[in-house]
Design a protein around this ligand. Structure first.
Ligand code: SF4
Ligand code: SF4
Length: 179
């Protein structure tokens, strides 16, 4: 995990997005991966809705006062993943909505389109005990595709930006980490 604060990572991502926007959106392979990732993410979400996961989570948050999106989880996010979110049109928050919540949680749920592996993969016992095994297996399959495309997208994005040089970025070991 990077030692940078989430606000610093967001600032870096916004800066790079402003700087390299035309370059990023003119890279054919990056655009292909971005589109494919969007479709894969939607396919995962569709299975989540059909299987009833979305309803279980909504009840959990609204009626049972529980949410797994706690403060500190945002620390797993690196700048590249935030940059991908900006490319997907996400408006990254300026401040935390609730003291005890993840920086990216809002009153409408998670604000991100491209989420970290730990967020994509997480299914609590409430879910695994209520949803049938076949639906869980289908969801895992869709999430696998989502994660695979996110990995490829991340790699391509780094390649495109680094090929042009991002001199104002710290070249730390953490910053070279991937998902
Ligand atoms: S994953 Fe589990 S703990 Fe998290 S919101 Fe859904 S039901 Fe609640
Ligand atoms: S799903 Fe979104 S809000 Fe929840 S922990 Fe992950 S990034 Fe934070």
């Amino acid at each position: 995990m990077s030692t940078m604060h989430i606000e610093e990572k967001i600032a870096w991502a916004k800066n790079q997005f402003l700087r390299w926007r035309p370059l990023l959106f003119s890279d054919g392979e990056l655009m292909r991966l971005l589109k494919a990732f969007g479709k894969a993410k939607d396919a995962s979400h569709k299975v989540m809705v059909q299987a009833g996961v979305v309803d279980i989570c909504r009840r959990c948050e609204m009626e049972e006062g529980g949410s797994c999106c706690g403060a500190g989880i945002e620390g797993h996010y690196d700048e590249w993943l935030l940059l991908i979110n900006l490319m997907l049109g996400v408006d990254l928050p300026k401040r935390r909505w609730r003291e005890d919540s993840c920086f990216f949680l809002s009153n409408k749920g998670c604000l991100l389109s491209a989420r970290h592996t730990i967020c994509i993969n997480y299914l609590c016992r409430k879910i695994t005990e209520q949803i049938d095994a076949k639906s869980i297996a289908l969801l895992r399959e869709r999430e696998g595709r989502e994660l695979e495309l996110l990995f490829l997208l991340n790699e391509r994005l780094k390649m495109v930006v680094k090929a042009r040089g991002s001199g104002d970025r710290r070249n730390t070991k953490e910053n070279r980490s991937v998902l």
